[in-house]
Design a binder for this molecule. Structure first.
Ligand SMILES: Nc1ncnc2c1ncn2[C@@H]1O[C@H](COP(=O)(O)OP(=O)(O)OP(=O)(O)O)[C@@H](O)[C@H]1O
Length: 333
């Protein structure tokens, strides 16, 4: 019988929802546009994102989850409820079970509040799972055997590195260096080199279109527009992949260091498994050109980019929902 269990990847950059039997039904940015004086919500998701950096004074487009933590709890709750209701509408007559993967570093108070928000949206039961676990399962790893599996999930706010065995995390590290820090590094580089101010969305677009972290011959260029810091006027500058590589070298080195530190703390038997199976990279950051070659050079183990890396966590929630009764699960108190 069709069940309405749903899995949610509540990410700092994107929220994805998986409905059992239907697959991924929602994939939208974690952005809410509100009227600052009345606090009225004007738009959520894609529509709100189009407003980032382009709103008049009384409208603000907010990313309520930033740097892997909940920066604005009230808005996060509103956004979560909005998305759950959008997916379920009035059809939640059989109250669903909801499994949520939230950022790794949120506090127990925040976890409790997320659960309550989901319950108020009609959930019968709410479960929370660790993001790297869902990412590994969604990437197709069998983490329930007594063998080592290593996943590096590079999202918007955080990079989570974990070695999993027998269904649980053995060694891990979570750092607040991921897609947002890449964008900030690009903004800084262009400001210093060209005295050009660009917006958050432009730096993300540069990263996605010509970003590269490994000099492999595939060089691209892009014309960017922004405000000249000296004249104050709009100008266009052409930038190249090599420059973005330079801009991203520090944050990428921090991710490599986090992965090395996890490998160094991993028991030798599990390390041997990782050499055989390789490290899997998930999350939007996995799409950065050349990341697999760079990491594999640095870590000296095979590194593979997951198929459809931005959907791994939510796909993992789908698999976990199928096994909810069998799997060891952590229900919030
Ligand atoms: N082609 C691409 N190349 C590089 N980065 C990309 C690409 N596409 C998306 N991204 C980046 O991926 C990030 C979003 O990834 P993802 O949706 O996995 O994060 P999230 O799950 O919301 O974040 P978190 O795991 O921190 O909660 C953004 O920073 C985005 O700019």
């Amino acid at each position: 019988m069709f069940s309405k269990d749903i899995g949610i990847d509540l990410g700092t950059a994107n929220v994805l929802i998986h409905v059992k039997g239907k697959g991924v039904v929602l994939d939208e940015p974690s952005v809410v546009a509100i009227e600052s004086d009345t606090k009225r919500v004007l738009a959520v998701g894609d529509e709100a994102r189009r407003m980032v950096g382009r709103t008049p004074g009384n409208i603000v487009a907010i990313r309520p989850l930033r740097d892997g933590v909940i920066a604005d709890f009230e808005i996060t709750e509103m956004m979560l409820k909005h998305f759950i209701n959008r997916v379920g509408g009035k059809r939640w007559y059989s109250h669903p079970r909801i499994l949520i993967c939230a950022p790794t570093d949120i506090t127990s108070v925040e976890q409790k509040a997320i659960r309550e928000a989901a319950e108020r949206s009609g959930a019968r039961e709410v479960f929370m799972e660790e993001e790297p676990k869902a990412a590994a399962i969604g990437a197709g790893m069998d983490i329930f055997q007594p063998s080592g599996n290593m996943v590096v999930d590079i999202g918007g706010g955080t990079t989570d590195v974990a070695v999993l065995s027998m269904g649980d995390v053995v060694t891990s590290s979570s750092i607040k260096v991921a897609g947002d820090k890449f964008d900030a590094a690009i903004t800084r580089y262009i400001k210093n080199k060209y005295k050009l101010l660009i917006g958050e969305r432009t730096s993300e677009e540069i990263k996605i279109r010509i970003g590269s972290v490994y000099g492999s011959g595939q060089e691209n260029q892009m014309d960017i527009r922004g405000r000249d810091m000296v004249t104050g006027l709009p100008i266009t500058v052409t930038i190249h992949s090599g420059e973005i590589r330079e801009a991203l070298s520090d944050p990428v080195a921090m991710i490599v260091a986090a992965a090395k530190s996890v490998l160094e703390r991993t028991p030798p038997e599990l390390s041997a498994d990782i050499i055989d199976r390789g490290v899997i990279v998930t999350g939007g950051g996995a799409l950065l050109h050349g990341l697999d070659q760079l990491m594999s050079d640095e870590l000296r183990v095979p590194v593979l980019i997951a198929e459809d890396p931005m959907h791994c966590v939510v796909k993992g929630t789908g698999v976990m929902l199928d096994n909810l009764d069998k799997m060891s699960k952590r229900k919030l108190s």
